[in-house]
Design a protein around this ligand. Sequence first.
Ligand code: GTP
Ligand code: MG
Length: 335
Amino acid sequence: RMLKRQIACRSDINRMNGAFLATFQSLIPPEEERTKQKQLLALLDGIVSKEWPDARLYVYGSCANSFGFSKSDIDICLAIEDANIDKSEVLLKLADMLQSGNLQNVQALTRARVPIVKLMDPETGISCDICVNNVLAVVNTKLLRDYAQIDVRLRQLAFIVKHWAKSRGVNETYQGTLSSYAYVLMCIHFLQQRRPAILPCLQGMEATYSVTVGNIECAYFDKVEKLYGFGSQNGESLARLVWAFFSYWAYCHDYANDVISIRSGSTVSKRGKDWTRRIGNDRHLICIEDPFEVSHDLGRVVDKFSIRVLREEFERAAEIMQYDPNPCVKLFEPY
Ligand code: GTP
Ligand code: MG
């Protein structure tokens, strides 16, 4: 078993807090972007309802989970009740209608893992991806948004981590590194592990929200207004948490045996999930359990090469946070 190396944090860490908060502030989207998103959504709604009057559009991903930067693309899900539809047919039809509706760069990608139509709205300059009946993504978007409301430090930390990952080139699933969604799950897991805990485990509490998607039951406590102040026993600053986050993934996480699981509020064993060996393309070198689709490992994209890149980046970040006089600059240096 890997040695868990605990390092004492530098004593001047809280002096860096202002710089991290300022970085966070600079990444938050301005209010007028929301207005533009709503404008585009209304336009799309008008187009879609002509062909599918009972269908609904849901925004998911970073524009709805509160972890979106300024100028993010919008992820939209077209929900059609009819179970007999052919997704590719719907997407091709939709692409046709969007084209006639003066949207630009319309492209149907029907063979992708998640088939989508891409488009750009010349009016607002916003790009978006529309998928069909991807209800789980809409539900996990709500879960992330609900967690973000419990303690502001989650949103702050996740923005810093996403910004770091994008700057360092380790937010590219096609190159074997992790999705933004995976990084946010890592942040939630990490804050559930702090002592005192900064976040609770919503799926471990009495369910106040419940939907069934296919054969998956998604249930958790969503009355988050009752949980404001949950983490107030823990006074750690953002800078301290950034330090501890990187130190955790660099030196403390047991990659060989543990799966991170926000569903359980802790880690579960790889052995218990039979994630100890390679099956097909799934190598399980870093294991991040999807909160609802528990057989889904968000780390499945990581391979023998990219796990090294990833862990070296965690170590680099941990060292900067421990020793650099100006960590907020060095951390985000382009690779
Ligand atoms: P940015 O676009 O980088 O700002 O982040 P994002 O929050 O939109 O995340 P991302 O593009 O990684 O994923 C979009 C949404 O797809 C997530 O919020 C999830 O709701 C959903 N999703 C479900 N399963 C997966 C998965 O295996 N990989 C990814 N990437 N997304 C998933
Ligand atoms: Mg996105």
